[in-house]
Design a protein around this ligand. Structure first.
Ligand code: KIV
Length: 290
């Protein structure tokens, strides 16, 4: 169990934790949207490790410990096998590595759908063990009762509508949602239901642009888009995607770096020097005291 939210810099390789500043809060993020307008868009990235959190924290308003860690960190085929133990361990690391952003943790598949009571047990465990400020869960109208239950009991909930990856087995894939009128109306209904239930924000994922824009105009809470619309009140991406760590990136991802290429080149240079016996060089060697 983690109760230490600052890095022990005497034992960590990481940079010293910056002077404590006030962490943003869920109410402050919720209050960014006034009368349907968010003048200051909400910047969200996923984070799974303490060091990643340290590097992203000052640039973000919210760090999402996404269950995408199943694929990104663990090489799993989907987020379905992700467990509460995984989310708690990575959530605690991200809280330890951050000091400014609101940290939200994904509730993994199977940890909340059975009942509001099951959801409360799982969400309260995540908050107690990590120090995170809230949870995210997938689903629309079917999850409204659970969102109201958690919110009324002091657990801020970020909803997630549209493409809900935990339902990949029911959806049959990760294609965009809301292309036909019936599905668009269903997603709009889901968004209204989770907003009325009291979510402080909602992720809209993989939804055709006009529908995402319409939902953003219709709901009082901030919408966070991914593969949705620039008109959403904020945006989120999987950090490893924007860093260019994977060869295959979906259409909605913009690569801002080529870290995979840099890692490959660094490893190749290291391997060549080891084979040529030029590493370690004199600068890396310990001498004998004279
Ligand atoms: O798991 C995740 O990373 C997410 C974001 C992509 C929204 O849910």
């Amino acid at each position: 169990m983690s109760t230490t939210y600052t890095l022990d810099t005497s034992t960590s390789r990481a940079n010293p934790t910056p002077a404590p500043v006030r962490r943003l809060t869920v109410p402050a993020l919720r209050a960014r949207k006034v009368d349907g307008v968010t003048a200051d868009p909400i910047v969200v990235l996923t984070a799974y490790t303490a060091r990643q959190a340290q590097l992203l924290d000052q640039h973000c308003d919210m760090l999402l410990v996404g269950d995408s860690l199943g694929q990104v960190i663990y090489g799993l085929p989907s987020s379905v096998p992700v467990t509460l133990d995984m989310m708690a361990a990575h959530g605690a690391a991200v809280v330890r590595g951050s000091y400014h952003s609101v940290v939200i943790i994904d509730m993994p598949f199977g940890s909340y759908e059975a009942s509001p009571a099951q959801a409360f047990e799982s969400a309260s465990r995540l908050l107690k063990e990590t120090g995170a400020a809230g949870v995210k869960l997938e689903g629309g109208a079917a999850m409204a009762e659970t969102i109201a239950f958690l919110s009324a009991r002091g657990i801020p909930v970020c909803a997630h509508v549209g493409l809900t990856p935990q339902a990949v087995n029911a959806l049959g894939g990760y294609g965009p949602r809301g292309k036909d009128e019936a599905e668009a109306q269903k997603i709009r209904g889901d968004a209204r239901a989770v907003a009325e239930a009291g979510c402080f924000a909602m992720v809209i994922e993989g939804v055709v642009e006009p529908v995402a824009a319409m939902i953003t105009a219709e709901v009082p809470c901030p919408t966070i888009g991914i593969g949705a619309s620039p008109l959403c009140d904020g945006q989120v991406l999987v950090t490893d995607d924007l860093l260019g760590l994977f060869e295959r990136t979906p259409r909605f991802v913009k690569r801002y770096a080529d870290i995979a290429g840099m890692i490959g080149r660094a490893a190749a240079d290291y391997a060549a020097e080891v084979r040529a016996r030029t590493f370690p060089g004199p600068e890396q060697l310990y001498g004998v005291k004279k």
